[in-house]
Design a protein around this ligand. Structure first.
Ligand code: ADP
Ligand code: MG
Length: 364
């Protein structure tokens, strides 16, 4: 395990009681505001001294209260990326980056500055001051500064939350590259389902200080019983491959033997793509619909139905090896007589899968 956390910490009326192990890659702490994400990440950073904890990163013990081990923050070699970039306003981009490198220990020389500058596409910004940068550019510099300290691990607390949608789309690919090209663990806080779907190797779903579920992104996001952000935000993740590009602007994706059409995405035939399919966008039909504009009509099997408190229900569907979620009304469950084990059709409009819902495949 590259990251292993077990901790209990009380803050007034709030108790964080969390334990999880995560393999290498990017682990998302996913939960609503107040669920304890920042408290947990601060405990890993050493900014907070937990009541009880064992925290291990890549085999190294950062904290073990039972054995009296507690490394101070500056000895943890952690790169912390905040929501606001927190660059030094009076220093140029180059000097902000050098400041990061200053923290790299002699035993762990950082990656070459040029490589990190190239990876983040910030070479043309080196002589500028932070005030003259866009929010997205500032955040890229902050990522570079964190990387230049030769960290053992990266912590990112809602690093995109302060950016508009276009800027988020600009930064997301860089986190994908960090995940796929660096061998260090990344612990990333988010309450945005699309971000989680796109980036997470492992998801730790948090609610009210407790871990609801831990597992691979497809498993946790496809579970109708784990909805820390509410059923409205539910959506599954499917791993697909590009099977063709059509001349009318659509791309054909293979999901096992099934086919899915989405608006054109770039990529070579056979390239793996991860797609986030929001539960709201999926309809269920008991017979194959005809004369309908929706392009995607997939034969699926109902695995599970979770009836909510209100009028809604979440239906978990097996689509070949993958899992989809559909959000429908309880009334539809009753009038159609839907039950687990039943063969039905999932109906999905191609246009409901936006570019933001599609990402290069996660590293294994
Ligand atoms: P999140 O990052 O998921 O929004 P936080 O970890 O910031 O959640 O906070 C979790 C809970 O702990 C919240 O209910 C918050 O009010 C409470 N909390 C955070 N810091 C303190 C503190 N210093 N004293 C008392 N309660 C705190
Ligand atoms: Mg927070």
């Amino acid at each position: 395990m590259s990251l292993s956390v077990s901790l209990t910490h009380r803050l007034g009326d709030f108790t964080l009681e969390a334990a999880f192990d995560a393999p290498k890659g990017l682990t998302v702490l996913y939960g609503p505001s107040g669920s304890g994400k920042t408290t947990l990440i601060n405990a890993v950073a050493g900014l907070l001294r937990p009541d009880r904890a064992t925290i291990r990163v890549a085999g190294e013990v950062l904290c073990d209260t039972a054995r009296g081990i507690w490394l101070p923050p500056h000895r943890r070699r952690i790169g912390y990326i905040f929501q606001d970039a927190r660059l030094f306003p009076h220093l140029s981009v180059k000097h902000n980056l050098r400041y990061g490198r200053w923290f790299a220990p002699k035993s762990h020389p950082p990656a070459r500055m040029d490589d990190i500058v190239d990876m983040l596409g910030i070479g043309h910004l080196l002589d500028r001051r932070p005030a003259s940068l866009s929010g997205g550019e500032r955040q890229r510099v902050a990522i570079g500064r964190a990387l230049l300290a030769a960290p053992r691990m990266i912590l990112a607390d809602e690093p995109l939350a302060a950016l508009d949608e276009a800027r988020k789309q600009e930064i997301l690919p860089y986190f994908e590259r960090l995940r796929d090209e660096l061998s260090i663990p990344i612990l990333y806080v988010s309450h945005a389902p699309s971000e989680v779907a796109r980036l997470a190797t492992t998801v730790v779903a948090l609610e009210n200080g407790k871990v609801l579920s831990v597992g691979a992104a497809a498993q946790v996001l496809g579970d109708p019983r784990v909805t820390p952000m509410g059923a409205r935000a539910a959506g599954a993740v499917i791993e697909t491959r590009i099977a063709g590009h059509d001349s009318d602007g659509l791309t054909e994706l293979a999901l096992g033997d099934l086919r899915l059409w989405v608006p054109r995405v770039s990529g070579d035939l056979g390239a793996p793509l991860r797609v986030h399919v929001e539960a709201q966008d999926v309809m269920i039909a008991t017979r194959r619909p005809e004369g309908i504009s929706a392009l995607n009509i997939l034969p699926v099997k109902i695995r599970d139905i979770r009836i909510g408190q209100g009028p809604g229900a979440l239906v978990q569907l097996s689509a070949g090896e993958s899992v989809l979620l559909a959000r429908v009304t309880r009334r539809s469950i009753n009038t159609l007589g839907l039950t687990a084990g039943q063969d039905v059709y999932a109906v999905l409009k191609a246009v409901s899968v936006a570019k933001e819902n599609i990402a290069g495949k996660n590293a294994p």
